[in-house]
Design a protein around this ligand. Structure first.
Ligand SMILES: NC(=O)c1ccc[n+]([C@@H]2O[C@H](COP(=O)([O-])OP(=O)(O)OC[C@H]3O[C@@H](n4cnc5c(N)ncnc54)[C@H](O)[C@@H]3O)[C@@H](O)[C@H]2O)c1
Length: 425
């Protein structure tokens, strides 16, 4: 793998945006050019849906030429130094390998990919090309996550022995995954991969270790075949008056412009029924994970909650760190989190319970999106918390999700080494 940092620097680097859905258009299009245009220059846009790409280009306020594939861009003689890959998860590998082989560095959206074979192709292409893959693990950069990492690194709770980690998606955000390609294992690897990649990466980073053994359950208990009725999509559904999950895309002008008319090109509707019979991913998941450094993790992911956020606790030989982080709950303090540091054996002058208040930073993911772009694009950044994530980190978090899904499907305990024996090398 390339060790050197070839992306950060003072020069302005040319880049191609590949995938102009919500994430590509905002994070790596409109917002990147609004805040970091002295570092990057958008020279091409690729999406296989030409109408969506045109709408996105208008929103991004760019004149960059639009192509439908990497090959078409290359035929036009454009060779960007960087590629931002924001297509569906199962398509990342093919695009990343092509762009690495063409001499570009990569920033790929999470999850890095969805299968062991695809991970291997990407790691091999990175090594072969001497270029670098960055994976967009923005949660590492939220000020609260950074403060927890500092506390763990300080040793204040002694040796960490276990973690309780529970993630909650509310009925709006959770349902969104069941409307689209995420609802199929072949495209997303299930939410154990698509969504939990963030959470498994946070664990790997917080614990500075790697997962070894995974045991999990996962069932589809609310969406899909469980629904009381179903239609094709919300816009044309006869059940909207009775459906808790009715979503009116026309009420969101941004999503409406980016998805509704463009769907006429490829049938990719943003508001497909969450009760489709063929949905094959679990909506309710638990996993236990054993780490190389002996930490034991208990994890869950639920997708139809009245709250959005997570609860995490690190249990150590000298104490415990606790966080309950929610988005927009009336009982929370606005725009800030409270970390509880609870000591087993406080020394004179130390409190048993310390309340550490951390304000959120500006922008998406509690400020993580902006801080990640600073780390990647601005020169002179000090990565003292090891927040910048490469392909190996991307691979480990995906492997943990693949292991969890496999365990849920087979009832067996799955070893990461059995999935990919060479990952540690
Ligand atoms: N880091 C985060 O917090 C975060 C948040 C949201 C999404 N994401 C990730 O970003 C990626 C995109 O998510 P989204 O919600 O914008 O998806 P989306 O489905 O809305 O958009 C994907 C776009 O890619 C295009 N596309 C599909 N296959 C293609 C191909 N082979 N070549 C070119 N274009 C192709 C589609 O036409 C579509 O416009 C996903 O990997 C997702 O996991 C990350």
């Amino acid at each position: 793998m390339a060790e050197t940092d070839t992306i950060s620097g003072t020069e302005r680097r040319s880049y191609v945006l590949i995938g102009t859905g919500n994430r590509g258009t905002t994070m790596w299009g409109r917002d990147l050019l609004a805040g970091w245009s002295e570092h990057v220059d958008l020279v091409a846009i690729i999406d296989k849906n030409q109408l969506r790409a045109q709408r996105a280009r208008h929103m991004i306020k760019s004149n960059a030429p639009i192509f439908s594939s990497v090959e078409d861009m290359q035929k036009a003689g454009i060779s960007p130094q960087l590629a931002m890959v924001c297509t569906p998860d199962d398509t990342h590998d093919e695009i990343v390998v092509k762009m690495l082989d063409a001499g570009a560095d990569i920033i790929t959206e999470k999850p890095m990919t969805t299968t062991v074979e695809k991970i291997r192709r990407m790691l091999e292409a990175e090594a072969r090309s001497g270029k670098r893959i960055d994976v967009s693990f923005n949660y590492r950069y939220s000020p609260t996550a950074a403060r927890i990492k500092e506390l763990l690194m300080s040793g204040v709770i002694g040796k960490v022995t276990s973690v309780d980690f529970h993630w909650y998606l509310d009925t709006a955000h959770g349902a969104d995954y069941f409307r689209r390609w995420h609802a199929y294992i072949r495209h997303s690897g299930s939410l154990f991969v698509h969504k939990a990649t963030h959470h498994f990466d946070l664990l790997n980073w917080y614990l500075d270790s790697t997962p070894q053994t995974v045991s999990a359950f996962g069932k589809l208990l609310n969406y899909g075949k469980n629904g009381p009725f179903r239609g094709e999509r919300c816009q044309t559904c006869p059940h909207t008056a009775n459906c808790d999950y009715f979503f009116d895309i026309s009420s969101d002008p941004f999503l409406d412009a980016l998805y509704e008319d463009p769907a006429s090109e490829d049938g990719y509707y943003r508001d497909r029924c969450v009760f489709r019979e063929d949905i094959d991913i679990p909506d309710t998941m638990v996993a236990t994970i054993g780490y190389a450094n002996d930490v034991q993790v208990s994890y869950s992911l639920n997708t139809f909650q009245p709250i959005e956020g997570h609860h995490i606790a690190f249990n150590g030989t000298q104490g415990r760190i606790e966080l309950r982080q929610h988005e927009d709950q009336p009982w929370d303090m606005p725009d800030q989190d409270e970390i509880l540091l609870i000591r087993n054996f406080p020394k004179p002058g130390e409190e048993k319970l310390e309340r550490i208040i951390v304000p959120h930073a500006e922008g998406g993911h509690y400020g993580g999106d902006n801080l990640m772009r600073d780390m990647i694009f601005k020169s002179g950044q000090n990565d003292k918390l090891h927040q910048r994530a490469g392909a190996k980190a991307g691979a480990y978090s995906v492997l943990c999700g693949i292991a969890a899904l496999k365990s849920a499907q087979t009832g067996e305990i799955v070893k990461i080494d059995d999935l990919m024996p060479d990952i540690g090398t």
